[in-house]
Design a protein around this ligand. Structure first.
Ligand SMILES: NC(=O)C1=CN([C@@H]2O[C@H](COP(=O)(O)OP(=O)(O)OC[C@H]3O[C@@H](n4cnc5c(N)ncnc54)[C@H](OP(=O)(O)O)[C@@H]3O)[C@@H](O)[C@H]2O)C=CC1
Ligand SMILES: O=C1O[C@H](COP(=O)(O)O)[C@@H](O)[C@H](O)[C@H]1O
Length: 552
């Protein structure tokens, strides 16, 4: 795989001109013949007749796509990866000549595998007439191969199974491998796949799941082991937050709206809050989690990526390299994180009526007495001209009172005293706030001071509110994995993590993690379902800030 070349600005090797329309086409019912169904994905602007003609051309060109999911028996494959591939198929974003392979050690027949997967395949629009037909047609394209992860022979068998299907479809085959497996086997699986299963006729791309190491050193080791068999341009490090609708919208919001451009700096912004909370604990994933903790699990990757997109300078273009250059630059400007600016927490059990909500240490897969943080809050600073002195407050936690992820931008209060009497002096209650709600209930709203209608002069805060649910149809909110897998098919790396980005992210967090672990820092306990440790509020108040999610 390392030898595959890369064409500037696009997908190297086999390429499907798949549908990447600026806005998603509304889902249509699948009433056409099965030959026609997927032509529209390959040639989105074409009518059915034209699509049929082009299907013939595509078949004549002899191109096919094989996607293989390693760890196909696992949680992520079932929950996210295979449903996302199906949704792309359903929405006609994949070519007709697509085949999907599952690979894992579990012994299953093709039929058993398909039955297991069938129940997790979503029909995006419940009213869509014949989703069942599309499911059947998708399942016909699926194959399961059972094998070990460290035995080249088994990978040869996979290669043969893929080649046999590809031979029916044409001369050129692109292969995509998704490593939906525990990190301990990333390297042998990537090596075996590269050596035994690379496409001999087209491009081979590999999607690597997080975690990409657990500190700077292990991340470097992983990068260099993967680099022995995979060219960087064919390696797609996935951070599924980058595939979320609202996160893609950050750059659109910033760089296409003149009203925001002058405001986006220390001159107008008082603080930025990036908050992630989940209303469930590590249930079932405690074994994995305990080795990582919330900082590695969510902050070093998802939340740092959000911060980078929020704070970076305008890229020279929308090209993947230009965007990633800017992200790297801004991450490098983040000041080393001091322990004084960090609060750690761990959830404890709580009684809720008849129900006992478990504490982190009640999870049998968690080592007794673990100090692993399930919550963290920190203040970060970007030492550049744009953001000098602006606190970026980040917090993330499991087993909190609600599931929510959002960015809150709190502006300075308006100068002067004109409406001071009506607005009061608590700055967070009278200054503007822009909220980008990543999930759930995706929305963007701007908090303004406004006059309450009526006689007299009473003021209150009110929202200019863009609710995705009411403004856009649900069909237009693809799952993050859908967007990202389609990007891999198209060779678009904008939303994937480049190796130098990863390196800078680990340089920032590794010293902090080392201090926490070397000093065995004890986390502050917080009850399951609460708002997290009190310490997070003291941290914010040190910077004269209140967490927006505590008063809204
Ligand atoms: N689940 C999630 O929500 C998320 C997962 N991820 C990442 O995605 C990847 C896959 O996650 P997930 O599906 O939850 O993982 P699983 O633990 O479900 O593992 C996937 C498959 O790998 C095989 N496997 C599990 N443990 C081992 C082992 N010790 N040695 C060899 N094979 C093993 C099993 O298949 P078999 O025995 O049949 O071979 C299993 O079905 C991981 O890297 C994870 O960190 C990232 C974000 C979220
Ligand atoms: O990567 C991870 O993300 C999930 C949260 O993802 P979301 O899309 O549901 O917000 C988190 O639960 C998990 O611990 C972490 O590994």
């Amino acid at each position: 795989m390392a030898s595959n070349h890369h064409r500037a600005g696009g997908a190297p090797g086999v390429r499907f001109e798949a549908a990447r329309t600026a806005s998603r086409r509304p889902a249509r019912s699948h009433r056409r013949s099965s030959v026609a169904v997927h032509a529209a994905a390959t040639f989105p602007e074409l009518t059915d007749d034209e699509s049929l003609a082009d299907i013939a051309k595509s078949a004549a060109k002899g191109e096919s796509l094989s996607i293989c999911v390693f760890g196909a028996s696992g949680d992520l494959a079932k929950k996210k990866v295979l449903p996302a591939i199906f949704s792309l198929y359903y929405d006609r974003h994949l070519p007709e000549n697509v085949r999907v392979f599952g690979y894992a050690r579990s012994k299953m027949t093709n039929e058993e595998f398909k039955e297991k997967i069938r129940e997790s395949l979503p029909c995006r629009i419940s009213a869509a007439g014949n989703c069942d037909d599309v499911i059947e047609s998708f399942l016909e394209r699926m194959h399961y191969v059972s094998g070990l992860y460290d035995d080249p022979k088994d990978f040869k068998a996979l290669d043969q199974a893929m080649a046999a299907e590809e031979a029916k479809m044409g001369k050129k085959a692109m292969r995509i491998f998704y490593l939906s497996i525990p990190p301990s086997i990333f390297v042998p699986v990537a090596q075996n796949a590269a050596r035994e299963c690379s496409s001999s006729t087209g491009e081979t791309r590999v999607i690597v799941e997080k975690p990409f190491g657990r500190d700077l050193e292990s991340s470097r080791e992983l990068t260099s082991s993967l680099a022995e068999v995979l060219a960087e341009e064919n390696t797609y490090r996935i951070d599924h937050y980058l595939g979320k609708e609202l996160i893609e919208n950050i750059t659109v919001l910033r760089f296409s709206n003149i009203m925001f451009q002058p405001l986006w700096s220390r001159a107008y912004i008082r603080n930025v809050q990036i908050c992630f909370s989940e209303n469930f604990g590590t249930e079932g994933r405690g074994g994995y989690f305990d080795n990582y903790g919330i900082i590695r699990d969510v902050m070093q990757n998802h939340l740092l990526q959000v911060m980078a997109l929020f704070a970076m300078e305008e890229p020279a273009s929308l090209d993947a390299e230009d965007i990633r250059d800017e992200k790297v630059k801004v991450i490098r400007c983040i000041r080393p994180i001091e322990m004084d600016n960090v609060v750690l927490g761990q959830y404890k059990g709580r009684r809720d009526g008849d129900k006992q909500l478990p504490g982190y240490l009640d999870d049998e897969t968690v080592p007794p007495g673990s100090k692993c943080p399930t919550f963290a809050a920190m203040a970060l600073f970007i030492d550049n001209a744009r953001w000098d002195g602006v606190p970026f407050l980040m917090k993330a936690g499991k087993a909190l009172h609600k599931r929510q992820a959002e960015i809150r931008i709190q502006f300075h209060h308006a100068p002067g005293k004109l409406y001071k009497k009506q607005l009061g002096s608590a700055s967070e209650m009278n200054s503007n706030e822009l909220v980008i709600r990543i999930q759930p209930d995706e929305s963007i709203y701007l908090r303004l001071n406004s006059k309450i209608p009526g006689l007299g002069m009473r003021l209150d805060q009110t929202d200019l509110d863009l609710q995705y649910k009411t403004k856009f149809s649900e069909a237009n909110l693809p799952d993050a994995y859908e967007r990202l897998i389609l990007d891999v098919v198209q060779g678009d790396k904008r939303l994937f993590i480049r190796n130098d980005e990863l390196e800078e992210a680990w340089k920032l967090f590794t010293p902090l993690l080392k201090t926490i672990e070397d000093d065995q820092m004890a986390p502050e306990l917080y009850p399951y379902g609460s708002r997290g440790p009190i310490g997070a509020h003291y941290l914010a108040s040190r910077y004269n800030v209140r967490w927006g999610d505590t008063y809204n």
